[in-house]
Ligand binder design. Structure first.
Ligand code: 5RP
Length: 212
């Protein structure tokens, strides 16, 4: 099976976890692109928030009710992809540069479900770790971070510069704390285990769910 087929299997399983009346967070990326039609096809009475302009547009085109995320203060479930998933429960997100909004949405959800193909499973999380940086003082922030590079993609919808930390990760919590403490860093793509409820991995035989 191709990576896309695994992503689709995981995404369709994710769509089946959503129930009538739920407030649903929608992630960003190619896995979420499989989730959206599967979710729309269920014709549930749900309201959604989107983590990117792309997801918002695609979800609306499919008839999903997407609200601004200043209308809701919590979500029942958030569904998203990831770039790396470690057995420790640390994940890396932000391959699409949407990690700041994705983390806000994940943190607001009672249940955060990550949908991946098997090649996203890693022994330990590693660089690159996506960053969103305030444009003001950008060079000084990059200097303070050390091994970090601007990615060269459009700014986030919130005006942030998307970059990547390229150094050693080592202890993810230590690095997450250091990145969060660095002035000019809006947020980073290290998501701690306590944010995560479960990971759904698409496999040959269907899906495997790893609980956290
Ligand atoms: C976007 C993300 C994505 O969830 C992550 O990059 C995985 O993407 P894909 O589903 O395309 O493999 O964090 O910011």
């Amino acid at each position: 099976m191709s990576a896309d087929a695994y992503k689709r299997a995981a995404a369709e399983h994710g769509a089946a976890l959503v129930e009538d009346g739920m407030r649903v967070g929608l992630g960003t990326g190619t896995t979420v692109a499989f989730l959206l039609p599967a979710l729309a096809a269920r014709r549930l009475d749900i309201v959604c928030v989107a983590t990117s302009v792309e997801t918002e547009r695609a979800a609306r085109e499919l008839g999903l009710d997407v609200r601004a995320f200043d209308e809701l203060d919590r979500l029942d479930i958030a569904l998203d992809g990831a770039d790396q998933v470690a057995p420790s429960g640390w994940i890396v997100k932000g391959g699409g540069g949407a990690h700041t909004r994705e983390k806000i949405v994940a943190a607001a959800a009672d249940r955060f479900v990550v949908l991946v193909s098997p090649e996203k499973l890693v022994d330990e999380v590693h660089a690159p770790v996506p960053l969103e940086l305030v444009p003001f003082g950008l060079l000084a922030t990059l200097r303070a971070l050390g091994e970090a590079r601007v990615r060269g993609i459009p700014r986030s919808p919130d005006g942030g510069v998307i970059a990547d930390y390229l150094g050693e990760v080592g202890d993810p919590r230590g690095l997450a704390d250091r990145l969060a403490r660095t002035p000019g860093v809006v947020d980073h793509g290290l998501f701690p285990p306590e944010l995560l409820s479960e990971v759904v991995v698409g496999e040959e035989s269907g899906v495997r769910t790893i609980g956290f």
